[in-house]
Design a protein around this ligand. Structure first.
Ligand code: NAI
Length: 244
């Protein structure tokens, strides 16, 4: 009798263990899946498409559109619907079968991914034509990029104010960055001064450089550098004309 009970007990124990193991495997899988979404290195190609999605969704939102299907978004943006779905799947989807995408939600989520839900303080170094044009462009502020200071090495410009911000001597850059929580420096100076200026920026632990100078900057990997070459865009245009 005791033997039969013992065998039954062993059987229950085995079942219990099996369920426990399944449960642990289930939890581990869940954890890995969540981790995959969080940790996955999003490809630069996807990241480079996000600002365009953000721009289009912002326009849809401003014109009062509440939801959009991937097909309609695809027509509007001239990107395939599967590309859109694939891109958004990198961040866990956002869409609902048969409903499409909630425009405002998607807009806010992409803003979060791009870090646009926070503000970034920036300075412009080089108050010439390009520096002034960027300083005068108010729309950056709409996306949370707040212009705090403008610097130049030319004393003739120190009297000048751009949108209420006085141009300051370059000697003030280090102190200004430290005292004003500056994240981003915009370099709109010729290439010969850019390398030395970047060294100053590294010293004051700037987080990012938006580099318009035509030179590659040698800065630590911890500093994000975005090189902008408007002429690249023009060359693509020229290629397009040639191949029309
Ligand atoms: P600009 O001559 O009108 O202005 C340059 C300003 O930088 C001047 O006010 C000058 O005093 C100042 N500067 C020069 N060296 C400096 C330094 N070490 N520290 C602080 N200020 C300094 O020239 P612009 O048209 O505004 O262009 C600026 C630079 O941006 C040029 O070198 C140009 O090649 C480049 N650029 C790049 C573009 C791009 O797409 N990457 C497009 C247009 C210009």
């Amino acid at each position: 009798m005791r033997n039969v009970c013992g065998k039954r007990f062993d059987k229950y124990l085995t079942i219990l263990y099996t369920y426990a193991i399944y449960f642990v495997i289930f939890l581990a899988t869940m954890y890995m899946e969540v981790g995959l979404v969080d940790d996955k290195n999003i490809s630069q190609a996807v990241v480079s498409r996000l600002p365009r999605y953000y721009r289009y969704l912002g326009e849809l939102k401003d014109s009062g559109i509440e939801r959009i299907s991937s097909q309609d978004l695809s027509k509007l943006m001239k990107v395939t619907a599967s590309q859109i779905r694939q891109d958004f799947n990198n961040f866990g989807g956002f869409g609902q079968q048969g409903y499409g995408y909630n425009v405002e939600y998607l807009y806010e989520e992409i803003a979060k991914i791009l870090g646009l839900n926070k503000t970034h303080n920036l300075i412009i170094i080089g108050a010439g034509n390009l520096g002034q044009a960027l300083a005068n462009y108010m729309n950056f502020e709409r996306s949370g990029f707040i212009l705090r200071g403008i610097f130049d090495k030319n004393p003739a410009l120190y009297e000048k104010e751009i949108r209420g911000i006085a141009v300051q001597p370059v000697e003030n850059i280090e102190r200004f960055i430290r005292e004003n929580d500056i994240d981003i420096a915009v370099l709109t100076i010729p290439k010969d001064g850019a390398v030395k200026t970047a060294e100053i920026l590294v010293r004051c632990s700037i987080k990012a450089i938006w580099n318009f100078a035509h030179v590659d900057l040698n800065v630590p990997e911890s500093i994000v550098v975005e090189n902008v070459h408007l002429s690249d865009s023009l060359m693509k245009l020229s290629y397009g004309i040639m191949n029309q």
